[in-house]
Ligand binder design. Structure first.
Ligand code: AMP
Length: 399
């Protein structure tokens, strides 16, 4: 079965075509500037150069039409006609408490996801537009929704309830949801495979460290806690997001600086994090270069980032009464040798001993702890698209 995976943003869209017979990536691509001047699709067939096609796309219907045209193109395409696509897997950010698993999309699912839009006003609407556009152009192809929040639905109430009036949970849905679930699930499964262990026997801490970043505690394959919360703003220090704060700071700066709600939101989401501390960049490569050159605020930003990751690792070891593996993934986790070194430094008493030679690796699935480390430290490149395709296949094959 060939599966089309769609990850739809407000003005951009990522896609992949995966042949599940061998899990081969046949093609991938990116549509940018949907609904703006200069819309463009960049399509990449496996082992071939990128094909860039500038073509007007006024909305998501046009964008999906271009994706389908590219994947079925006689020269650059990977299928002869659309009937070869057995199913479409859609990444959807927020399913609230409605779904703890991926689901076949039907009318009731769309309604349920529309109800969750309030919780993810920036993400769910474009996700739903992508689904609607695909349904219009491929009415007979089954569609599956795979949710960022679903994997975290196994958290116990003590992990997800905030200490606010309880009605805010029951009436407004204010609780910890967690995000990056597809990634945390994928890398925990791969880690168990790499360790030759059953996931049910393991306690794993997964560190998804990218521009957005989160840590999860996974016990016997189930998420029991995660650092992102009601929104993806909570938890770790990120590229531009502040992560955990004393909530009184928000009211304080709004009053002191006379900020309206939109501006305050923008500051917390776009102007904080390592960018805010350093004043240099949200990109860890720039940050590390500046730190090496003696920029003290860049050095401080790195230290604060590392401190918060270690803080969560410690907390999750306590929550699970131990840990068997710590997994690093996403842009920073997969590529940043120095950051992994700093995070794992001096944790020997917790049984965590990084091998500094094995750690000198990028983007490869491999164990990077010393042989005498009680806890395995593992690098796993995330692959959310493959996870979406796997879940889509499982659901469609069971129909
Ligand atoms: P992601 O959100 O997972 O795509 O991660 C993007 C982030 O990964 C970038 O903002 C960089 O900070 C970081 N990154 C990517 N490559 C490297 C690298 N070689 N060294 C350090 N950081 C990197």
């Amino acid at each position: 079965m060939k599966i089309l995976v769609i990850n739809c943003g407000s003005s951009s869209l990522k896609y992949q075509v995966i042949d599940m017979n061998g899990e081969l990536l046949l093609a991938k691509g990116l549509v940018e500037r949907i609904g703006m001047d200069g819309s463009v699709i960049t399509h990449e067939k496996h082992d071939e150069d990128k094909w860039v096609n500038e073509v007007p796309m006024k909305d998501h219907n046009d964008a999906i039409a271009q994706v389908l045209a590219a994947v079925a193109d006689p020269v650059h395409g990977v299928i002869k006609d659309m009937s070869e696509i057995g199913a479409v897997g859609h990444r959807v950010v927020h399913a609230g408490e409605k779904y703890a698993h991926s689901v076949l999309i039907d009318h009731s699912v769309i309604e349920a996801l529309e109800e969750c839009t309030e919780l993810a006003p920036l993400h769910n609407p474009p996700n739903l537009m992508g689904i609607a556009a695909c349904q219009k152009l491929m009415p007979n192809t089954p569609m599956v929704g795979v949710f960022d929040t679903a994997f975290h639905q196994t958290m116990p109430p003590e992990s997800y309830i905030y200490a606010l009036p309880y009605e805010y949970y029951t009436d407004l849905g204010i609780r910890r949801y967690g995000f990056h679930g597809t990634s945390h699930k994928y890398v925990s499964q791969r880690a168990a495979a790499l360790m030759n262990c059953n996931l049910d026997d393991l306690k794993i801490i997964t560190c998804h460290l990218g521009n957005g970043a989160s840590v999860s505690a996974i016990k016997r394959g189930k998420c029991i806690d995660t650092s992102m919360g009601f929104t993806p703003l909570e938890g770790l220090v990120m590229g531009t997001r502040c992560g955990d704060l004393d909530p009184a700071i928000v009211t304080y700066i709004r009053e002191k600086l006379d900020l309206d709600q939109g501006v305050a939101n923008e500051i917390l989401n776009k102007k904080s994090g390592v960018l805010g501390i350093s004043g240099v960049s949200s990109d860890f490569r720039d940050l590390e270069k500046a730190a090496e050159e003696g920029n003290e605020r860049a050095q401080l930003a790195i230290k604060v980032f590392v401190h918060r990751v270690r803080f969560y690792i410690g907390a999750y070891i306590a929550e699970m009464n131990g840990v068997d593996a710590i997994v690093f993934t996403a842009g920073v986790g997969e590529n940043d040798v120095q950051m992994r070194d700093l995070i794992c430094n001096d944790l020997g008493n917790l049984g965590i001993k990084l091998d500094l030679v094995k750690n000198k690796v990028r983007g490869q699935e491999t164990i990077i702890s010393r042989d005498d480390s009680r806890v395995a430290v593992i690098l796993i490149p995330t692959n959310e698209e493959l996870m979406i395709a796997r879940e889509t296949k499982e659901i469609v094959e069971a129909l």
